[in-house]
Design a protein around this ligand. Structure first.
Ligand code: APR
Ligand code: PHB
Length: 390
């Protein structure tokens, strides 16, 4: 097989890139290790920045989002049992966020790809990158017992944190930066109306909690839990009791509970790999960086990578200019580190750290008190939450 851009991984990054390139006359092949159903079964975040919303529209995959998504003008932050509102719209000159699940984003992109007869190979096993140092790199993979090969101009690693692309870059070139947090998030999805119109982020002595949603009839809740807890440790009853214990009184009284549709424990990690390009390989999305979910930046960072990369490749194929390709890594990383900083800061602000001293807790409380007493501090949170410019 011969293509222009070979993409590894059919998560949101790979699908979005493939769709944007195809719309600009660039041929792509996407190789995905799992089945389409498996990819759709992963429940992840659901808060989109305006940049991602516009990119989905540009990709021709924004119609259902425009009909069904919820627009949020602000969020609540609760500490010492009291709710405080951060007014994104008022503090950022009119900017808002869009609540629409990553599962739905993925489904819409898959349908858009299928409608254009996009070349997507599911269940591609043992994908390996060869001859990266030539101008005709190749991908090899196995499918249904047979060996296959794709020749291309460029390879894009959209294969997530556990993918093979990043590991193809030699140790002498790749530098990684990491912080692992000493807790996880136990998440539960239920067919119940959300407890509040906007999200509630809770700092509580028993640990962090978050009330989020997917629609007017579907809620997504999280509680901070020990890093080594297993889903089986958390019956639905235990989850609801723990969540309610952490909520402010009005929310605790009115929350509607119900059977879980899905439960997962997510570890919390900050991670960045540099550079994001090596020879003819680009990294995009989770293959290059991970953020803790506090602040909902993971999917949005993947979108900004794809924004820069799609423009770089479109420019190259139209004009022969390699400027966007040459600056891709530095341009992405400048924005990535700002989102890393914000999600690290939100994580530090809102969680109970097992090793925290009394001093650390007093400082955390002072930071929350300061935040809610200062319009500029709230504006800084709002500016980052709605998304820094591309
Ligand atoms: N070969 C082929 N495909 C692979 C391989 C491999 N060796 N390894 C992983 N993949 C596939 C995975 O099965 C997955 O479908 O790559 C895809 C990566 O998708 P995601 O993990 O969703 O990553 P990405 O597309 O970058 O999406 C951005 O940011 O914070 C997160 O929740 C957010 O998942 C979202 C991500
Ligand atoms: C979610 O809805 O899953 C969600 C929302 C906000 C976050 C993290 C997760 O910060």
């Amino acid at each position: 097989m011969r293509t222009q851009v070979a993409i590894i991984g059919a998560g949101p990054s790979g699908l979005l890139l493939s769709q944007l390139l195809h719309l600009n006359g660039i041929d792509t092949v996407v190789l995905e290790r799992r089945t389409a159903d498996y990819v759709l079964g992963r429940i992840r975040a659901g808060v989109l920045e305006q940049g991602m919303v516009e990119l989905l529209r540009e990709a021709g995959a924004g119609d259902r989002m425009d009909r069904e998504a919820l627009i949020h003008d602000g969020t609540d932050i609760c500490f010492n049992g009291t709710r405080h509102r951060i007014d994104f719209k008022g503090l950022t000159g009119g900017k808002v966020v869009t609540v629409y699940g990553q599962t739905e984003v993925t489904r819409d992109l898959m349908e858009a790809r299928a409608a254009m007869d996009g070349q997507l190979v599911y269940e591609a096993a043992d994908v390996a990158i060869h001859e990266l140092d030539t101008d005709r790199p190749r991908l090899r993979y196995r499918k249904d017992g047979a060996e296959h090969e794709v020749r291309c101009d460029y390879v894009v690693g959209c294969d997530g944190f556990h993918g093979i692309s990043r590991r193809t870059i030699p140790d002498t070139v790749l530098r990684t930066y990491e912080r692992v947090y000493p807790f996880g998030w136990m998440g539960l999805l239920s067919a119940t109306p959300p407890v509040s119109e906007e999200l509630i982020y809770v700092n509580h002595d028993r640990g962090f909690a978050l009330c989020s949603m997917r629609s007017a009839s579907r809620s997504r809740y999280y509680v901070q839990c020990p890093a080594d807890d297993k889903v089986d440790d958390w019956s639905d009853d235990r989850f609801w009791a723990e969540l309610i214990a952490r909520l402010p009184p009005d929310a605790a009284e009115t929350i509607v509970t119900g059977a879980s549709l899905e439960k997962t424990i997510a570890p919390l990690r900050s991670f960045v790999a540099e550079p994001m390009r090596y020879q003819r390989l680009f990294l995009a999305g989770d293959s290059a960086h991970i953020v803790p979910p506090t602040g909902a930046k993971g999917l949005n960072l993947a979108a900004s990578d794809i924004h820069y990369l799609s423009r770089a490749l479109i420019d190259f194929y139209k004009s022969g200019s390699t400027e966007g390709i040459d600056t891709y890594s530095d341009t992405c990383l400048a924005r990535v580190w700002k989102a890393e900083r914000f999600s690290w800061w939100m994580t530090m602000l809102l969680h109970r750290f097992p090793e925290a001293s009394d001093f650390d807790r007093k400082i955390q409380n002072a930071e929350l008190e300061y935040l809610m007493s200062s319009e500029v501090a709230m504006a800084s949170l709002a500016e980052n939450y709605v998304g820094l410019p591309y």
